[in-house]
Design a protein around this ligand. Structure first.
Ligand code: PMP
Length: 285
């Protein structure tokens, strides 16, 4: 089956979809994106992703080129057309195509909007969640507005390759001695009965999964501390895990070659994963 994608108002087979070589997303990484997961053919946390998208656009003085209702409709139509049961919908909006110039193009230049799906069978019952993942630490060398979800992802991609080269699955980035986040996820440790994760600021992406997981954790009477933590604290933690729209809650069992806790997924991470999946399925649309 040829995948159907959405480009600037049209649904097309993926091999017929095109974007200009002058697109500012291509030339300047002048664009933002969102990734929404799909479980049982339904969108998880859609409203959260739509709200963050509007914020990212606003921070970059870009318009929302489509209404929230239309956006939901496009997501749903792609999930339907591509028969996605478990997977994700990727959305990207750029400032559009214009002759190359650092200055933004004239107002009214049409923006580019692209959406496509990726099928990920087994996303919810992932074997990786049973096994847990290994992370290494690297220096955080990204720009200073990590709260904006831009498509400028080269350093995270480099970090992922550093992790792979070290035989690990991902990298946690460290700035001024404190962990910011993973290359494409928010980072957490558990010490005793307390979940610790970095506070919100321009230094990290405000994860939609993070917000939901912390809400569920508090509702389940778990203690949450939003603050930076060191790699030493992480290595000494009882548990560690990450969250993102495409991994939900994923245990971390090894950090820089040292086992975390018992070296196996911990009870808090497992419980939060279950709660997150149960609760977000209830509100999936
Ligand atoms: N931090 C970074 C740097 C990310 O790229 C992502 C995922 N895009 C996240 C955190 C997690 O955010 P979310 O839960 O909204 O997927």
């Amino acid at each position: 089956m040829t995948r159907t994608v959405y480009v600037n108002g049209s649904y097309l087979p993926e091999n017929e979809a095109t974007v200009s070589i002058f697109d500012r997303g291509f030339l300047f990484a002048d664009g933002v994106y969102e990734v929404t997961s799909v479980l049982g053919g339904k969108l998880i946390d859609f409203d959260g992703h739509a709200v963050r998208l509007e914020r990212s656009l606003k921070e970059l003085d870009m318009e929302m080129p489509i209404t929230a209702e239309e956006l939901l409709e496009v997501h749903r139509e792609l999930v339907r057309a591509n028969e996605i049961d478990e997977g994700l919908v990727y959305l990207q909006i750029t400032r559009g195509a214009a002759d190359r110039d650092f200055a933004y193009p004239a107002e009214g230049t049409p923006q580019t909007i692209v959406l496509f799906t990726q099928a990920k069978p087994g996303l919810a019952n992932s074997p990786a969640a049973e096994k847990g993942m290994k992370v290494i630490s690297i220096e955080d060398q990204r720009w200073g507005r990590r709260d904006i979800k831009t498509v400028q992802l080269l350093y995270p991609a480099m970090g992922k390759m550093m992790a792979k080269a070290a035989g690990a699955d991902d990298a946690w980035m460290v700035e001024d001695g404190l962990v910011t986040e993973g290359t494409s996820n928010n980072a957490y440790i558990v010490k005793g009965d307390t979940i610790i994760t970095r506070h919100l600021s321009n230094d990290i992406l405000h994860g939609i999964t993070r917000a939901a997981v912390l809400r569920f954790a508090r509702e389940a009477q778990m203690k949450v501390e939003e603050r930076g933590f060191t790699m030493d604290e992480a290595k000494d933690a009882d548990e560690a895990f990450i969250t993102s729209a495409s991994t939900f809650v994923m245990p971390v069992v090894e950090i820089d070659g040292d086992a975390v806790g018992a070296g196996a997924p911990g009870p808090m991470a497992k419980r939060l994963r279950e709660i997150y999946l149960d609760e977000s399925l209830k509100t999936a649309i």
